[in-house]
Design a protein around this ligand. Sequence first.
Ligand code: EPU
Length: 421
Amino acid sequence: MDRLLIEGGVRLRGHVAVSGSKNAALPILAATILCDGECRIRNVPDLRDVNTMMEVLRTLGVAAERNADGSISTRVLDESPIEAPYKLVSTMRGSISVMGPLLAKRHRARVSLPGGCNFGVRPIDLHVKGLKALGARIEVEHGYLVAQAGELRGTEIYLGGAFGSTVLGTANVLCGAVLARGTTVIENSACEPEVEDLANFLVAAGAKIRGFGTCKLVVEGVERLNGIEYSIIPDRIEAGTFLLAGAITGGEVTVDGARMDHLFAVVDKMRECGVEVTSMPGGARARLNGRPRPTEVTTLPYPGVPTDLQAQLMALLSIADGISIVTEKIYPDRFIHVAELDRLGARIRKEGPNAIIEGVPALSGAEVMASDLRASAALVLAGLVAHGETIVNRVYHIDRGYERLEEKLQKLGARIHRDKA
Ligand code: EPU
């Protein structure tokens, strides 16, 4: 298995370009199942998860190819396949987002239940509730969600659960509603920029949706959607990770293409920590002199601090000048990185959904294990500032969601390279 070797202590400086958003690209690629004619999706990052989604689409009778210019073309060739198999869904939960498009367009779906993930139980009851409200019959059989519907019918749906709204659940129900008969109102829909991007894609393809970017979506069903060209938004989580990389190393990093309007909560927290974050034409810059100040962070659905930047913020707070508290409100068990950060000399104690971080003046390099995508990014950030060498094992997690991470960091001056297995 590949690993990353990092020699810490370099202040990162310069410009880095943000890639397209993974979490916007996945449901949009799934939604191309709805479109008659060819779709050409631009600004899709070259990632393992995107390749997995292309594989899922091919299994479902969709030709999906990466073009020389980096865009991805899709065209439905055969509408008879309806199964997203365990071997693919189990490697990437995002595959569940084919469920709504399949039901809407092919009236049947057989999608493997994704199972747990490295940060705990991740239910899909809200996806099921929403699609059932549109008229689908859904059973669990032999580890698969088996769904059928004659014609989906518009209705009012409340899509909130114990942990708030659901991103991919909203995507599934939205994709079901765009071809349903009549009007669908989705209350407590997720308003993450990635859901807004999906809604923009669907509208460009001919759907009628109002309220996107808010927590109430109103959808008037249409007969058909067309193939279109569409460009994915920049990845706010990758952008946030690079801004934090600049800060944690006491350097100055400009992220070209970063959308400040998607990063308000994170930028606000970074500023509380003393990081100077500046909006630039077409991007954002972060700079920090000295140690960060401690703060309290609570992850929340958008526009709150995203859970996908919790681990990276924790890496920054591990060297803060005082005690910080991080509360995880989306995935209370998403703390596997705590023990690994502690191996690098951090002093973090987990108590229920909270982590109490006693900032230390310096981290020291060690061998650590990546447990999930964002946890891996946090370990890389910590390794960039730790004294000596840090080895991050199980890099395949990073390859799921960060495009050419080490190459981009090298351009900023980092001493990081990949040891190929
Ligand atoms: N939830 C339910 N029932 C459901 C669905 C979700 O109770 O039916 C709960 C979850 O357990 C969680 C909360 O609702 O507590 C939010 O989960 P959500 O459904 O929004 O997560 P998701 O759509 O499965 C996406 C991203 C995740 C990101 C979350 C939260 C993709 C492919 N994945 O997952 O991204 O953490 O939203 O913002 O879009 C990552 O990129 O590293 C990643 C894990």
